[in-house]
Every structure is written in structure tokens, then in C-alpha cells.
Design a protein around this ligand. Sequence first.
Ligand code: G4P
Length: 195
Amino acid sequence: MQMKLLQDRIRKDGKVEKGNILKVDSFLNHQIDAELLDEIGKEFHRQFADRGVSKILTIEASGIAIAIAAARYFRCPVVFAKKTKTLNIAGDVYTSKVDSFTHKTTNDIIVSKRFLNAGDRVLILDDFLANGKAIFGLSDLIRQAGAELVGAGVVIEKGFQEGGKKIREMGVDLRSLAIVDSMDPETGVVFRDEE
Ligand code: G4P
């Protein structure tokens, strides 16, 4: 279910840039509105409260603040996957690869084997869902650990890119607090109508 408070804030302070980039750096991923993040954390908890979440998994950098806000409600630890260029010295880790369509780069991501275990019930959280590569890489780490992926939450889904469809087709219960179906520098964003 989408979150009206967040949609209103995106309408007010989000900036649509060329190349289908939605800038939300005045409240979400550069300057951060801690009270809005608290509401976002509360909403993720409301939507996934019955899943027995034992750990929240995200990816640095922008996912961390969101995961922390939610973890205070779930009362569980946050683990964030690190992006690294030095896999060979990373030690005892699970690794996967994440291509960034937006940044045109590929990152190796790692999580220490100490912090993801068989038996963990893991909720993935992130700021943006575009092509789904970040969530796909994180779910790969969960699979390697023998843990269970119990759901995924993103703050903003770019509904006109393919990630949401692909992740849902994998059978993941994906919830997005705002789904942008189209955007234009002149006319702004259009959110998906709720079913
Ligand atoms: P994907 O993970 O869904 O495949 O998305 P993609 O590769 O396109 O996104 C790569 C990075 O760009 C991600 O951040 C994602 O949050 C960000 N991103 C994608 N679309 C937008 C957008 O419209 N606006 C903004 N502001 N960011 C977008 P990242 O590489 O993980 O960087 P960070 O978390 O370290 O900032």
C-alpha cells in the first residue's frame, strides 16, 4: 500500500531530472528528514509485522537510514551489504554482483557470514527500485546463507522500469510506499492508482 504523506512530499520537494531520475535528496537520500523516515519505518512495520522478521538487509549507502528507521519498530538488527572493489581481501563473506543501470557501474557486494544465518527471516529494504538489481543481489546473499527472504520493501518504485515486475515474478512479496508510473520535468510525477 502506498503512503500518502510520502507521495505529498515527493510532489512538493521531488525534482524530476532528465534521464528519468527523480531527485529526492532534500529529504530522503542526501539531506534526510528523520521524522519522515520514522513514519516510513512505521509503515514498513505495519505492512510486514506478521512475518517474524529477525533481520533487515539493505545495501549501502542510502538504504541504511531507511533500514534503521524500520528496525526500531521491528526491534531487530540491520545488516547492510557493502560495495567493494577488493573482493580478494574480504574474508569469510557471501558475495554477489549488482549492476547499476543508473550509474553504469558494477559493484561486488559482500556480507560477512557472521551476520546472515540459516534460520534468519530477512526483510530487504531499500530507497529506490528501478531495474531490481540491488534487490536481486541481496536476495542472492540470503539464498547463499540458507536464510529465508520474507519480503521486500522500497520507498520509491519506478513503476515504468522492469524491476518491480521481475521481483514480483520471483515470488517475492514486494511492497512499495510510492509507485511512480510516469514523470516529466514539466508536469511532475504521476503515481500509480491503487488497485
Ligand atoms: P536497481 O537497483 O533497481 O537495478 O536500480 P539502478 O541500478 O537503476 O539504481 C542504481 C542506483 O541509482 C541506486 O542507488 C538507486 O537507488 C539509484 N536510483 C535509481 N533510480 C533513481 C532515481 O530516479 N533517483 C534517485 N535519486 N536515485 C535513483 P545506489 O547505487 O545504491 O546508490 P546509493 O544508495 O549509494 O546512493
